[in-house]
Design a protein around this ligand. Structure first.
Ligand SMILES: Cc1cc2nc3c(=O)[nH]c(=O)nc-3n(C[C@H](O)[C@H](O)[C@H](O)COP(=O)(O)O)c2cc1C
Length: 251
């Protein structure tokens, strides 16, 4: 065979081989990434409404070490009658589910990066916020009002009348859309969702401690009543209430 023709065939074969290897590599990479889809932004519509409330930029440095926050953390059920600053409310929401990475990952871990948690704020005494129920959008770090009026007394009634809920200037409500996780993990996903609520709640405890605020996880409540007070979407389950306020020394 003509040596030039032979080398042409060899070159074409080599190119095909390189292309095949590249395609196989791309397929392997795509398969590897497929397990971690881009994190969704909860129940949020693609675009926030015009009247959404931008929260102050969250702090990523502070004066209290993790060890000090762990050492000092205690459930706090009595609060001073002072309002909560918007920056503190925002910081605590960020601790619960804020986005900390360009890829959308958050302050708390999530099975498969599926992010089933949705955080609400029932506000009655937060500076700069009309009393109402707000939905936190981690992607943009802002609040969208989903209910008007002070719902704290109604929420207290839904929580077997536990007074911290009615007394605190605001209560964080950790809810979940379990389907996001169970669609992939089946029954095991239900457990994962509960675990994730625990991660977020501990973040809230530690952040509150670092801001000289107090909170308590409240698991004793009537699920349907809480759903009603917050007018939660059908697919959303309330998991924890966390009233937040300034502790009263010695109380
Ligand atoms: C799953 C769970 C549910 C809880 N529910 C309530 C509750 O409904 N009301 C309340 O006052 N405290 C509740 N707590 C808080 C505990 O009472 C508290 O963590 C415990 O007394 C230990 O105190 P510490 O948090 O200060 O360490 C709950 C804690 C957990 C983990």
């Amino acid at each position: 065979m003509n040596p030039e023709k032979k080398s042409g065939i060899m070159n074409r074969r080599y190119s095909c081989f390189v292309l095949a290897v590249a395609a196989a590599l791309a397929a392997v990479l795509a398969a590897g990434c497929a397990g971690i889809p881009p994190p969704p932004d909860g129940n949020s519509t693609p675009k926030p409404p015009e009247d959404a409330i931008a929260l102050p930029e969250p702090r990523t440095e502070g004066d209290v070490s993790v060890e000090e926050a762990l050492w000092g953390r205690r459930s706090v059920r009595v609060y001073a009658e002072v309002p909560l600053e918007l920056a503190d409310a925002g910081q605590i929401l960020w601790a619960a589910q804020g986005v900390t990475d360009d890829r959308g990952y958050r302050t708390a871990p999530s099975a498969g990066g599926l992010y089933p948690l949705e955080i609400y704020l029932v506000a009655g005494g937060v500076m700069g916020l009309e009393p109402g129920v707000y939905h936190y959008r981690p992607g943009e770090h802002l609040l969208v009002r989903v209910g008007a009026g002070d719902r704290r007394t109604a929420l207290q009634a839904a929580a077997v009348n536990q007074t911290p809920v009615g007394d605190a200037p605001a209560t964080i409500v950790i809810t979940a859309v379990p389907e996001r996780t169970t669609a992939k993990y089946g029954e095991r996903g239900t457990r994962y969702v509960y675990m994730e609520a625990g991660h977020a709640a501990e973040n809230v405890y530690l952040q509150a401690e670092a801001l000289d605020l107090g909170t308590v996880v409240i698991g004793a409540f009537d699920e349907d009543e809480v759903r009603e007070v917050l007018a939660l979407p059908e697919n959303t389950t309330p998991l924890y209430l966390m009233p937040v306020g300034r502790p009263v020394p010695g109380a």
